[in-house]
Design a protein around this ligand. Structure first.
Ligand code: ADP
Ligand code: MG
Length: 585
């Protein structure tokens, strides 16, 4: 007897529902997308019990007539594509014609719809795939679909639903994505008859973000836009300033022609763009909108269409990276500090500041410790002094102060700013090192006494494999007996670092990931390490001249606001904020 049977249609729908309809939030997604495709300008989503009991979506779109309403819940019925050619350029959110049939196979449905040119509407009810008659009924223009008791005949799937709160959070996330990419539409979200969001249409994206998240988030976004005529790719983005970065990527919203997507190439481009602006393990906040020709990518890859396939993903990657990076480098993304508004807290801070200045009166020391600092005892043939490029005469009025031997408070045009001396010097060092290495090699000088160190065979191999890099760093090594090498000469710029310690760390980097990392990344890591080791440390008293020079160097930097590790190098305070707090305004 034949073992193979053709499945019943409702069975097929239920299987399809397994892919498209995972949970109540998927129903919200499909229904709201249909409303958008129907040209709605006002969409209301109401749910009960996290969507487990009820999900209702009402719109004022162009509606369906009696015949269409009867067909809409049948499998593979769609008004959005007709031939396979249409698959090449899909401009609507839906096209697979399976969402309504899938939903109707796993829940109780009531759908009411009326077209603009009709005086009355029609309605239809479906209970887990068994459809009633389509009958006339009274209705506003548009469509309202109610979905009750999802999976009630499928205990195995119902069991997988989470608590109402969890399901609600998925619905809110889904609602947020749609509301972000359709700022011209009025959106309302109600849960258990309580309004959660009531978003007025024709909002700017920034306003919508403020309404959906917080005004603080809305205020900390930098806008950028680019139009590539050749490729037809248009990018619009609101970039989160580094200080609002997160520990996960939940606040990264990427939209392709209005469709929320997740894409690893794009995520990578975002990460690269922020390199050096935020710490490695943090995620920037970003709202990224890509518009491009519909036939340049395929959305028909995944049933929920959250993944797409770009025909030229390298191009997309490089354009996004370039646009974001250029913007991030061109603006001052420094941290600006705000004194908390609360009366009491504000006063506490004011008192603390006053107290602080009392204790730390500017000391007019002319003592010159020099940037040599801890390394001043080093046995160099000639004493190294840092570049004199920016050494200038002391200004008439000293407008800085070193505190805790670690921070520099300095007056700025807008107010004042507190600098982390190590972080800033590290940034300066890093930029200088990059520049010098690019131009050739670091200038080196012979040590009076070579410093020796022991190493394993593997480490010796790493050294010989990276001989060129070591030479570029201005380091000269010689064999010094069995498994021993000695440092003969060391880079002038790295004078603050102990040569042997530096070599240890360098070998660590070379043996760690040298096999998997490309040369450029490795060099970047080495330069980061070198910058850190060769910078003034926290807890080191600096002379006025040194501070002067640090401040002058800061002004010549493109990205002084972040150390190479992405930590802020300075925090700015505005004068206006101070005046407000001291009740001067
Ligand atoms: P798809 O969206 O992929 O076409 P669906 O199963 O989601 O498939 O919807 C089937 C069809 O029902 C749509 O193509 C559309 O013609 C119609 N439809 C669904 N929802 C609405 C709505 N809110 N307003 C008007 N027409 C709708
Ligand atoms: Mg659809």
């Amino acid at each position: 007897m034949a073992q193979i049977a053709i499945l019943e249609q409702n069975m097929i729908n239920m299987i399809a529902a397994g892919e498209v309809i995972e949970r109540p939030a998927s129903v919200v997604k499909e229904l709201v997308e249909n409303s958008i495709d129907a040209g709605a300008t006002k969409i209301t989503v109401s749910v009960e019990d996290g969507g487990r009991k009820l999900i209702a979506v009402a719109d004022n779109g162009y509606g369906m007539d009696r015949e269409d309403l009867g067909l809409a819940f049948e499998p593979h019925t769609t008004s959005k594509i007709k031939t396979s050619k249409d698959l090449l350029g899909i401009s609507t959110l839906g096209f697979r014609g399976e969402a309504l049939a899938s939903i109707a196979s796993v829940a109780q449905i009531k759908a009411v719809s009326r077209t603009k040119d009709s005086n009355s509407g029609n309605c239809v009810e479906i209970d887990c795939g068994s459809k009633g008659e389509t009958r006339p009924c009274s209705s506003d223009c548009g469509t309202k679909i109610e979905v009750r008791d999802i999976f009630y005949k499928l205990p195995a799937r119902r069991k997988f639903l989470r608590t109402a709160n969890t399901e609600m959070s998925h619905i809110t996330e889904q609602f947020t994505r749609t509301a972000l990419s359709n700022t011209e539409i009025d959106f309302t979200l109600e849960a258990n008859a309580r309004v959660i969001y009531n978003l007025k249409g024709v909002q700017s994206l920034r306003q919508r973000i403020s309404s959906l998240f917080s005004s603080e988030l809305g205020e900390n976004l930098i806008e950028t836009e680019s139009d590539e005529k050749k490729t037809g790719v248009h990018i619009y983005s609101l970039l989160g300033k580094p200080e609002i970065s997160r520990t996960n990527n939940k606040l990264q919203y990427i939209f392709l022609n209005g469709r929320f997507i997740r894409d690893k190439f794009i995520s990578h481009a975002i990460k690269e763009a922020y390199r050096g602006c935020i710490e490695e393990n943090r995620f920037p906040v970003i709202f990224l909108f890509i518009q491009m020709p519909y036939d340049e990518y395929d959305v028909n890859v995944h049933p929920t269409k959250i993944e797409v396939r770009f025909y030229n993903s390298n191009l997309i990657h490089s354009q996004i990276l370039a646009v974001l990076r250029e913007k991030l480098l061109s603006v001052d993304v420094g941290v600006s500090a705000r004194i908390p508004a609360g009366e009491q807290k504000g006063n506490q801070i004011n008192e603390a500041i006053a107290e602080f200045f009392k204790k730390h009166r500017p000391i007019h020391t002319q003592q010159q410790i020099g940037f040599q600092g801890a390394a001043s005892g080093r046995k160099y043939q000639t004493q190294y002094r840092p570049s004199t490029e920016y050494e200038r005469q002391l200004p008439q009025k000293r407008n800085f102060l070193q505190i805790h031997d670690s921070y520099i408070v300095t007056e700025t045009e807008e107010g004042f700013c507190i600098i982390d001396q190590h972080a800033l010097h590290e940034r300066i060092m890093y930029e200088n090192l990059c520049r010098r290495i690019k131009a050739g090699k670091l200038e080196s000088q012979k040590l009076l006494l070579p410093e020796s160190f022991q190493l394993t065979a593997g480490e010796a191999e790493a050294i010989s494999n990276n001989a060129e890099l070591i030479e570029k760093l201005g380091i000269e090594l010689i064999d010094f007996g069995p498994r021993t090498m000695a440092i003969q000469a060391f880079a002038v710029m790295l004078a603050k670092a102990s040569p042997v310690e530096f070599l240890r760390d360098l070998i660590g980097l070379l043996t760690d990931k040298s096999k998997t990392e490309n040369g450029e990344k490795l060099l970047d890591k080495v330069l980061n390490m070198a910058a850190c080791k060769a910078s003034v440390k926290a807890g080191q008293r600096l002379s006025d001249t040194e501070i002067e020079q640090l401040l002058a160097d800061k002004d010549t930097l493109e990205r002084a606001g972040r150390c190479p590790h992405g930590r802020p190098t300075m925090i700015k305070f505005s004068k206006a904020e101070l005046e407000k707090q001291f009740k001067r305004t």
